[in-house]
Design a protein. Structure first.
Length: 340
């Protein structure tokens, strides 16, 4: 018997650490976790199965087809923005071909068990691209269809994969005689910068905020790579997990689009520094902007319009900036490093 599961790629990442326990608690399907490394012991027990593997490996995908009945996919595996700029061709391979492989897997699974496979894809504010800082600050909140001219390979990959998801959901093999209305139900969230207390950030251009926190909690100095007045949207990780669960559970008839913005709070880097210093008065945080990384952040919106998500599937964050620091980030990160 093939085992009914929900598949999570890139399961060892920041989102995976929060999502796996939530899906396990939900209990409808077992969790099949895939990552390039062994799944972290802190979440492995919540998985029905875990596999060390690469979504670019065709033999792995064939194994999944033969052993599992996949009803939903959370495709979290990606090469993030900063790392992607050093190896853009590799980033394109991982981010685009990996997504294409799992979309094809979803189609095959749907044909096998006769039900549509939900495909949850975390996109990013990196899919936006303002031409200059003045335009960004003048424009304000951005809607999903505006300023889709990303300046990074990661942003280009995310935007293209959104289009791939739309194609596989609405137009796949549209001229074929045996075209099937079942298949993929692609749903995507353009996440802001995510701040987690459970994992240490790696490879993201918005990571200056969580890096400040983790460095201060360890008593390490931190030189922030953007200006103090930089402003982009952020979100506490529990809200990111909440959003994914709300979106996957939303009835398809309620959804007016496939791609959604969501927002929570959008402090300047200086405001984040002030909150970190309040919690860790001995912290040493300076601003030493890296011109190239700074230029990337300046192309991203200062805020996003998430009206469709609020209307279609009831999106509303639990954490504003103050609550995120007071009730989630500071207590959890402090406890993490006291234990270590």
């Amino acid at each position: 018997m093939r085992k009914p599961v929900v598949l999570i790629s890139g399961a060892n990442g920041e989102i995976g650490h929060g999502l796996i326990p939530r899906l396990h608690k939900n209990g409808e399907l077992g969790v099949l976790a895939i990552d390039l490394k062994e799944i972290d012991p802190s979440v492995r027990d919540y998985c029905q199965a875990s596999i060390v593997g690469d979504v670019l490996d065709q033999r792995l995908l064939e194994r999944l087809v033969s052993e599992y009945e996949i009803h939903a996919i959370f495709h979290l595996a990606a090469l993030l923005s900063t790392r992607a700029e050093f190896t853009p061709e590799t980033a394109h391979l991982v981010n685009v071909q990996g997504t294409l492989n799992l979309l094809k897997l979803a189609i095959e699974q749907s044909r096998w068990h006769g039900q549509t496979v939900k495909f949850l894809f975390p996109s990013s504010i990196a899919a936006y691209g303002f031409p200059d800082l003045a335009t960004k600050m003048r424009f304000g909140r951005v809607k999903e269809h505006q300023w889709n001219e990303p300046a990074t390979m990661y942003g280009c990959n995310k935007l293209y994969c959104e289009h791939l998801g739309r194609y596989y959901t609405r137009h796949y093999r549209q001229l074929a005689a045996d075209a099937d209305s079942r298949g993929v139900d692609f749903r995507s969230i353009r996440f802001p910068g995510l701040i987690s207390a459970l994992t240490v950030p790696s490879g993201g251009t918005s990571d200056y905020a969580p890096e400040m926190l983790h460095a201060a909690a360890q008593g390490k100095p931190y030189a922030c790579f953007v200006r103090h007045d930089v402003q982009i949207p952020f979100m506490a990780m529990p809200d990111a997990i909440k959003a994914l669960m709300l979106l996957i559970e939303a009835p398809a008839k309620n959804l007016s689009r496939l791609i959604y913005n969501i927002g929570s709070f959008n402090p300047t880097a200086g405001h984040v520094r002030d909150l970190v210093m309040k919690a860790f008065p001995k912290a040493k945080i300076t601003f030493e902007p890296d011109a190239k990384r700074q230029a990337i952040v300046d192309t991203w919106p200062a805020d996003v319009d998430d009206t469709p998500a609020r209307k279609d599937w009831g999106w509303l964050p639990d954490y504003d900036l103050q609550r995120a620091f007071d009730e989630y980030l500071i207590p959890s990160i402090s406890q993490r490093y006291r234990q270590n």
